[in-house]
Design a protein around this ligand. Sequence first.
Ligand SMILES: [Cu+2]
Length: 150
Amino acid sequence: MKKIILLIITAIIFVGCNSIEKKEAKISKEIEIKNPWIRSAAAGMNTALFFDLKNNSEADDSLVSVESDAAELIQIHETIKAPNGMMQMKEIGKVSVRKGTEMKFKPMGKHIMFILLHEDLPAGDSVEVKFNFSKAKSMSQKVVVKDFTK
Ligand SMILES: [Cu+2]
């Protein structure tokens, strides 16, 4: 009798895990980080991360923060043209992306600023980056390091 109960419990655990995995796979597709890359830079310098953020879900969402061990501080930035004609960067709290649309983080536009890199980031390396959203589940992704070319 004990053996049968144990078998039933094991079966329940297995079925439970299975359905959780399926749910996660579905959630992670609601928001997509496409073509992410980070500009190569030396330790102690700043650099930027670029990607396309696609919202496939049925609800508007927003990117609220980005985390990585690669830098001391990470901020969401936007490049803007100041009244004197100079290009300047400013921190923006979060970036909303409406359902069914795509938002581009690109040079001279919105980007994720990595401030005070802990280590050299040479081209070809990769960095583990975590993206946090208002609604969608946080997403970790490996991001490739590339040289900046115009
Ligand atoms: Cu910046």
